[in-house]
Design a protein around this ligand. Structure first.
Ligand code: ATP
Ligand code: MG
Length: 465
């Protein structure tokens, strides 16, 4: 009784109540989703759950994207069945996750994610802390409290991500006016923005990514606290930040996303050196070109390597550290490897780039000086390196941004385009031994990075042993 009174007098935490939720049913004739565009696996899973008397809806990004006539990336199902109840219905399924337990159902190569309707946390933050639901910043540590469909809608991030589509009645259930927001091209967080960002700071990154992907405006009250709350990203595990950053960079809208991240100050905990890099014309040009290029590739359905992307984002940080080691007297290649180590290890504190990507990034970077050396069999050895293609594309990007001798890049383009049997003929021939010796004394051969050679000068250099 007393608790009820308190709840009425002091407005309950926006996320825990459904008072603002009011069910609107949007019939098929109005929303126009084409049922044939839904994955057969999602249909099979929704049907299996409904046949067993559970409610089951397609939910989230898939409904949103279908309404916007975009191709959904994946299909998620929300259901009243618990993970165990749903697991019992599908032979090829497994329960995953700890923070957020859900079920993966596999059909052939397709996987559908099934999540049980989530409910509210205890009203009282102190209780939530004791029970380990949230940390001292209000960040959600676990979200395994189950609830009703309406409560599930309220726990989602943005109103247009909280639409439930029943593929059999073909109706959309909309509790939070997400359909109207979608039509108005407005991205609006559900509940109190500050509380929701505190619960999960990644929602700030999702806001930026979805606004760019969907070409929408972030509602002013949803956008307003982002600048102040940006430091909360530091409390998010670096591995999760890497996943979210990757989603953002591979969204096909990486350039507007990164520009927006920077404008909102959200990049500080992710790519701390971005400001410094973007303030230099060469750095800005390099990153802009790299991201534009990535977006174009994604839009043409071409493969983009995450290692290449992170190599590009961090390259000017490496250049700065490399120069500073060289200036302090370090030999060029040693300086480069020291710079690479520094940049990668300091980056790990912000976003945890998986080890397999770090070794690819290191290769792309450390191969760059080898493009400067056009002597003997060196170009032939370089072209046969397993990571050559990525390193070559990276070199072209450096060239495009004005960082290299354009003559050298032109030579490499001709070399790569040539028939492999004819490539050797393109390599500049060394001049006389005497000249070679003189040159060698002036520039130590080990100093590969500083031994810059244009194709015109390359012939005068020492041939490879
Ligand atoms: P896309 O798949 O295009 O990246 P999405 O919105 O489908 O976008 P998912 O990560 O697949 O993103 O999430 C599926 C749904 O789960 C979302 O639409 C949203 O309803 C909910 N969701 C995802 N992340 C969060 C979050 N951090 N907080 C609350 N709800 C979330
Ligand atoms: Mg999705």
């Amino acid at each position: 009784m007393i608790r009820k009174f308190f709840n009425q007098v002091f407005k309950r935490n926006a996320i825990t109540h459904t008072a603002d939720a009011q069910l609107r049913i949007i019939p098929s004739g109005k929303h126009g989703i084409n049922r044939n565009l839904i994955s057969p696996c999602a249909l099979k899973v929704a049907h299996g759950l409904q046949k067993a008397s559970f409610s089951a809806y397609i939910v989230g990004g898939a409904v949103r994207d279908l309404l916007l006539e975009l191709k959904p990336k994946d299909f998620d199902i929300a259901t009243s069945a618990t993970p165990e109840q749903a697991r019992a219905l599908f032979r090829r399924s497994r329960i995953i996750g700890r923070r957020f337990r859900l079920l993966h159902v596999m059909c052939g190569n397709d996987t559908v994610e099934v999540s049980t309707f989530r409910g509210p946390l205890p009203d009282d933050n102190a209780v939530s802390k004791i029970k380990n639901y949230i940390d001292q910043h209000g960040r959600l540590l676990r979200d395994n409290v189950f609830g009703s469909q309406e409560e599930d809608a309220v726990r989602r991030d943005f109103t247009l991500n909280a639409l439930f589509y029943d593929p059999f009645s073909e109706e959309i259930h909309d509790y939070l006016d997400g359909y109207a927001d979608l039509k108005a091209k407005t991205l609006r967080i559900i509940g109190d923005p500050v509380t929701r960002y505190r619960e999960d700071p990644v929602r700030m990154l999702r806001a930026v990514r979805l606004a760019a992907k969907l070409d929408m405006q972030i509602d002013p009250s949803t956008a307003e606290p982002i600048g102040d709350l940006a430091p909360l990203l530091q409390n998010v595990p670096p591995a999760r930040l890497f996943d979210e950053m990757l989603k953002l960079l591979l969204s096909g809208h990486a350039l507007p996303c990164v520009v927006d991240l920077r404008q909102r100050g959200l990049h500080h905990g992710l790519l701390p050196m971005l400001d410094v890099i973007l303030e230099q014309p060469l750095g800005e040009r390099f990153i802009t070109l790299a991201l534009k290029n990535t977006d174009e590739r994604i839009q043409q359905n071409k493969h983009v390597s995450p290692a290449f992307l992170f190599a590009a984002l961090l390259w000017h940080e490496v250049l700065a550290a490399w120069n500073s080691y060289k200036n302090s007297g370090e030999q060029s290649l040693t300086a480069l490897y020291q710079a690479i180590d520094d940049v990668l290890s300091s980056q790990q504190k912000n976003i945890a780039i998986p080890r397999r990507f770090c070794s690819a990034i290191t290769e792309i970077w450390s191969m760059q000086p080898r493009f400067e050396s056009l002597v003997g069999r060196k170009p032939l050895r370089l072209v046969s390196h397993p990571r050559f293609r990525a390193a070559y594309d990276f070199m072209l990007l450096r060239n495009e941004s004005g960082e290299m001798d354009p003559e050298l890049a032109t030579w490499w383009k001709r070399f790569v385009a040539a028939d492999p049997d004819n490539r050797e003929k393109l390599i500049p021939k060394p001049a006389s031994t005497r000249k070679r010796k003189k040159r060698t004394r002036r520039k130590p051969a080990s100093d590969a990075a500083s031994a810059k050679q244009t194709p015109a000068s390359a012939g005068k250099e020492k041939p490879a042993s």
